[in-house]
Ligand binder design. Structure first.
Ligand SMILES: [Zn+2]
Length: 298
């Protein structure tokens, strides 16, 4: 082979090898490095806990009825539908006496797994909102790093505490009734309290309020796959399947404040569960193929 042909062959080998090597790299490192969104049409790709997002937009750091918190994380990026939802819900918050909302993490500029924190929040459709009512909207960047949210859960984890208010109830209800919303995750005592205090009659929205561990300093809104986002995976089981068409105010909810907190004694030692792979284990190859284009796009 003459030197020119050898060089061409080498270049071809490198070209083919480079993408394969890239695909084996940790997705959270690759996506964690991206500090701008891809210049593509907005699209949620994959699932909430294994995917990425194209064409995300930034939630403005401060708006008329919100402030984005922890700006240093650069996770105030969402699908346009998520940003629209935040604008609407924060406006509603002013009608129940808050100045607006303090908004926590949404997604990284191109979504994807993160190097710290969340398993989900990967496709621009998960939004954390602080339980701490916004009392002012002129917090500095530094204050937004140091200020803490408040917990609405009692120390014994079985009920809400004095920080819980009717305004929280109304804001969560509003979120659950929004047709863009798939489900809202809250600490179980919040759902138990809402089950007790929600008016009878129309309670269909209540099934979207889902109990989960944590989530007493913030609630977590998960939007449905936006129309036309064909690579976006709808979550299964659906909320209707989980609550069997009811409002979810049942024994499965009470489990969280009984057996979950005081597990019944097991007779024989359980086999250690095999470690499940999580968001921080995924390589780029584990994500939908389209995520490679999202990463490579300008
Ligand atoms: Zn969250």
């Amino acid at each position: 082979m003459d030197p020119g042909a050898r060089l061409a062959a080498l270049a071809l080998t490198l070209c083919l090898a480079a993408p394969a090597a890239l695909a084996q790299q940790k997705a959270n490192v690759l996506f964690g490095r991206m500090d701008t969104p891809s210049r593509q049409g907005a699209e949620a790709i994959g699932s909430y806990a294994k995917g990425c997002a194209a064409g995300l937009v930034q939630l403005p750091e401060t708006g008329p009825t919100w402030q984005a918190m922890r700006l240093s994380r650069n996770r105030n990026w969402g699908h346009p539908e998520a940003i629209g939802f935040i604008v609407d819900l924060s406006e509603f918050a002013t009608r129940v006496g808050w100045k607006g909302l303090y908004v926590g993490d949404i997604s990284q500029p191109r979504g994807g797994p993160m190097t710290s924190g969340h398993q989900s929040h990967q496709i621009g459709l998960d939004i954390d909102i602080w339980m701490k009512p916004a009392t002012r909207l002129n917090l500095s960047r530094a204050q937004r790093e140091s200020l803490s949210s408040i917990s609405v859960r009692s120390a014994d984890q079985r009920s809400v505490n004095g920080n819980w208010t009717r305004a929280h109830h109304e804001i969560l209800k509003r979120a659950a009734r929004d047709s863009r919303v798939d489900r809202v995750f809250v600490t179980p005592p919040v759902k138990i309290e809402m089950c007790k205090t929600a008016s009878r009659g129309d309670r269909d929205w209540m099934q979207k309020i889902r109990p989960i561990y944590g989530h007493h300093y913030h609630f977590h809104v998960r939007l449905k796959c936006p129309r036309g986002n064909r690579a976006c995976e709808t979550q299964r089981p659906t909320v209707a399947e989980l609550s069997k068409g009811g409002d979810g105010c049942d024994e499965t909810l009470m489990w969280w404040v009984t057996d979950y907190l005081d597990p019944p004694k097991v007779q024989k030692p359980a086999e250690p569960a095999p470690k499940r792979r999580g968001a921080r284990d995924y390589t780029l190859a584990d994500l939908p193929r389209q995520c490679q284009q999202v990463l490579a796009a300008r």
